[in-house]
Design a protein around this ligand. Structure first.
Ligand code: LLP
Length: 438
């Protein structure tokens, strides 16, 4: 482990001779001065490296018989679709808006997997018209609509089913999805999954080519993924034996955990594929089904560690014997993860990144909401008005979940690579905020 790896939660960060935090060979204080704050920064080289780790693992452990899909709900913009396209990944989209963005980025539609527990008729039509490679059907109602839409367009649509494997992953209850009590997909336990496969096999305009599960997000153990893979392969065996449906693709979702704080200890990404591949191979032999093409859908683990958010420190309130609040020029509008999940983050005083951490402070946002915090109780050097603060590992589910609460414009996104920085998403203006007001 290098010195910087031990210093920071993300391995792409270092400190230069001025004591400034550096990302992708860019001085973060200069980035803040040049582009303004708050500013999302994405280290493109690390995004690409993460894509390659997954891709190489698929080649090494599963003979390349698989495709890694970037789950774009983690961070969606035309820019990222261009990057993952260049890296040879497919994508998971979950709404007409994400699909539209991918279309505008010229993403190859055959590598698009369309998810969602309540896709509208309009969204399904959009997917079929644009030749989306695979639609992950969530329920019977959607199956019926899709069959009608495909018929009206004179096509047979490839589909997969979202299955709840009954695996309870150890993560926050809001991001746990594999158990029967979940709004996503059809359950195995009560026969729903079997029934929907049977119904689809009788429909002329859909073709079941696979099954899908996603057990949750920010998961640190390999066990639940292996358990889910085995359950899914057994189901593949059941539908082959009883319905004569032989699946071609097994999509095992995403959810691999990352390091947000020094206490987090994630599994190396390629280990997931290594272990899950073994389970799939063994189960295929045992159940006499052909080895499926595997799909995996990492979102957070590709983009989160590559991102940071830069803020400028404003008002500071030292409430004696209570708490010291340091307010920054952003907050829940650009990072709602504390207010939603009480998520933990690490931060660095970017203009004095090697200064000793002498004070316990709470980083507050600027919204009219007491819960609008970014980090509760973190040790940092003494901060002053005008300092630059970097919150780390913010690449996933920050920009994509940002809002205009309090009519605060969303920040810009700058991509850095090899010492160069460019804006890939413009900062919203006040004019943007009233664009739809009549
Ligand atoms: N595939 C499916 C079907 C999913 O629903 C998700 C995430 C993923 C893949 C990607 O999971 P990842 O590798 O990014 O963990 N807003 C929450 C996370 C919600 C995750 C939703 N689904 C957060 O900020 O933690």
């Amino acid at each position: 482990m290098s010195v910087t790896e031990r210093m920071f939660v993300s391995k792409n960060l270092s400190v230069n001779e001025k004591g400034h935090l550096v990302i992708g060979k860019n001085d973060t204080v200069e980035l803040a001065e040049k582009f303004g704050t708050p500013l999302y920064v994405v280290d493109e080289e690390l995004v690409r490296e993460n894509c390659r780790v997954y891709k190489n693992a698929m080649d090494k452990y599963y003979g390349g018989r698989g495709l890694v899909l970037y789950a774009s709900k983690a961070f969606c913009a035309k820019y990222i679709y261009r990057v993952v396209k260049e890296e040879g990944l497919g994508i998971d989209v979950v709404s007409g808006g994400e699909l539209y963005t991918a279309l505008k980025a010229d993403f190859p539609m055959d590598k698009v997997y369309f998810h969602g527990n309540n896709k509208t008729v309009g969204e399904l039509e959009m997917a079929v018209e644009n030749g989306v490679g695979n639609i992950i059907v969530d329920n019977i109602y959607e199956l019926e609509r899709l069959n009608e839409i495909a018929k009206a367009h004179g096509v047979v649509q490839d589909i997969m089913f979202r299955i709840k494997p009954g695996v309870d992953a150890h993560t926050h209850s809001f991001i746990r999805t594999g158990q029967i009590d979940s709004k996503f997909g059809v359950a195995l336990e009560n026969g729903e999954a079997f029934e929907i496969c049977k119904r689809a096999s009788e429909m002329p305009n859909v073709r079941v080519n696979g099954i899908h599960c996603h057990i949750g997000s920010q998961i640190f153990d390999i066990e639940p993924f292996c358990e889910a893979a085995e359950i899914m392969m057994n189901f593949a065996g059941d539908i082959k034996d009883e319905l004569g449906i032989e699946i071609e693709k097994l999509n095992l979702g995403g959810g691999y955990g990352i390091r947000y704080t020094p206490q987090d200890d994630p599994v190396p990404y390629d280990d997931y594929i290594k272990h899950v591949s073994e389970v799939v191979k063994a189960a295929a032999r045992k159940r006499g089904v052909k080895l499926p093409f595997i799909l995996m859908e990492p979102g957070r683990s590709i983009i989160a560690p590559a991102g940071i958010t830069l803020y400028t420190v404003g008002g500071i309130k030292d409430i004696k014997n209570v708490r010291k609040y340091v307010s920054v020029d952003g907050g829940m509008g650009d990072n709602p993860r504390y207010i939603l999940y009480e998520s933990e983050y690490d931060a660095v005083a970017a203009n004095k990144a090697d200064a000793p951490k002498t004070e316990k402070v709470t980083i507050a946002g600027k919204c009219c909401e007491s819960g609008d915090l970014l980090i509760k109780d973190i040790m940092l050097p003494e901060l002053h008005v005008g300092d630059t603060l970097a919150v780390l590992a913010t690449g996933a589910y920050n920009y994509s979940m940002a809002s205009n609460y309090n009519r605060i414009p969303r920040p810009a996104v700058a991509a850095v690579s090899d010492g160069k920085a460019e804006i890939v998403v413009k900062r919203e203006s006040y004019e943007d905020l009233i664009r739809n007001d009549l």
